[in-house]
Design a protein around this ligand. Structure first.
Ligand code: PEP
Ligand code: MN
Length: 262
């Protein structure tokens, strides 16, 4: 990923939507796919925001094994239906090699979560997935480690990797993580890959998300991935950081003048 910073990788997801080009690539949606009605409501509200991608976890990497682990294949079916109905690219996490085929069949961008950033066998296998990968920075990964993780995917045959800064661990617990915007600026300078930002998992609190999202765009991010939910407080996971759908639409609208200025 380090070789040609002056040449930029642009990844086309559909005829009109790409990551790493002129236009911002905004992904919105809940942490977890809960049911069809939830995803339909999200899609109808966000389609005209507009967002360019819909997120929702079917396989969830939960800190506690006693918490809901996601709908799995049933969640993928819901995503597939919504993807077709609204013609919106879908982003969802793949946690294990044996999930790759199923996730690749239904998603446009395969997410590797922070906890798996250095799962090298998974990264190697994703080199052959035939779909673009969204690689999230590890909880305490250096930029060198992050870039080398991307290299595992690239060197195994998949040139389409999007890097995602999602906050790193530090000493303060007021925010869930610390959003490292310096990393966004640096990654744009030293790699040719698109770089997007997840302000939701960085902040952990919804009232911090819009301003961090705007700061990320001002810092040169190619896009954002933001958690939002029809009933934020009722989210089965990450409720505290979920934006309402109107707040998400308002955020998307506020990004236009900033994107135009950078
Ligand atoms: C997520 O995007 O739902 C997620 C689990 O994020 P992360 O891997 O960054 O914690
Ligand atoms: Mn989440």
């Amino acid at each position: 990923a380090k070789s040609h910073p002056q040449h930029r990788t642009e990844i086309a997801l559909t005829d009109s939507i790409s990551v790493g080009g002129e236009a911002l690539f905004i992904i919105g949606g809940p942490c977890t796919v809960e049911d069809m009605a939830q995803m339909e409501t999200v899609a109808t509200h966000l389609l005209n925001a507009p967002v360019q991608g819909l997120r929702g976890g079917a396989f969830k990497p939960r800190t506690s094994p006693y918490k809901f682990q996601g709908l799995g294949e049933a969640g993928l079916e819901i995503l597939a239906t919504v993807r077709q109905r609204y013609e919106l690219p879908v982003v969802t996490e793949v946690m294990a090699i044996d999930q790759i085929d199923a996730v690749a069949a239904h998603a446009d961008l395969l997410q590797v979560g922070s906890r798996n950033m250095q799962n090298y066998d998974l990264l190697k296998a994703l080199g052959q997935a035939g779909k673009p990968i969204l690689l999230k920075r590890g909880l305490a990964a250096t930029l060198e480690e992050f870039i080398m993780a991307a290299e595992y995917i690239l060197s195994h045959g998949n040139p389409n990797v999007v890097l995602c800064e999602r906050g790193i661990r530090s000493f303060d617990t007021y925010t869930r993580n610390v959003l490292d915007l310096g990393a966004v600026v640096a990654l744009k300078q030293i790699t040719h890959l698109p770089v997007i930002v997840d302000p939701s998992h960085a902040a952990g609190k919804r009232e911090l998300v819009p301003a961090l999202a705007r700061a990320a765009v001002a810092a040169g991010a190619d896009g954002l991935i933001v958690e939002c939910h029809p009933e934020p407080e009722a989210s089965v996971s990450d409720a505290r950081q979920a934006l309402s759908l109107p707040a998400m639409v308002e955020l998307v609208n506020s990004l236009r003048p900033i994107a135009a200025a950078v």
